[in-house]
Design a protein. Structure first.
Length: 93
């Protein structure tokens, strides 16, 4: 697909480090599978991946921690279903 941000480059499969920030809360997730733009570096995370990331962030928040560093490959996956995200605003970090 073409990048929705710069509209000038193709995106390719890659791994992306995703940063969450919410008030004082900081979470870094390494090795998140994403489509990465060759032009501007924008990353598009698929919907099921985004849902998983948010769930992990909530768990860490609920545990009372204010920061964390995760590797996406170590997060248990509920299933291997791949869905395509059509909403850039909802799925782009
Ligand atoms: Zn781009």
């Amino acid at each position: 697909m073409n990048c929705l941000i710069c509209r000038q480059a193709e995106t390719v499969d890659g791994l992306k480090t995703v940063h969450f920030e919410r008030d004082e809360f900081r979470l870094v997730v390494n090795n998140v599978p994403a489509r990465v733009c060759l032009g501007c570096g924008e990353a598009y995370v698929e919907e099921n991946v985004a849902v998983e990331l948010l769930r992990e962030a909530e768990e860490i928040l609920d545990a009372g921690r204010m920061d964390g560093v995760l590797d996406f490959r170590t997060i248990p996956q509920p299933n291997d279903t791949i869905t395509t995200c059509n909403s850039a605003s909802a799925c782009s970090f």
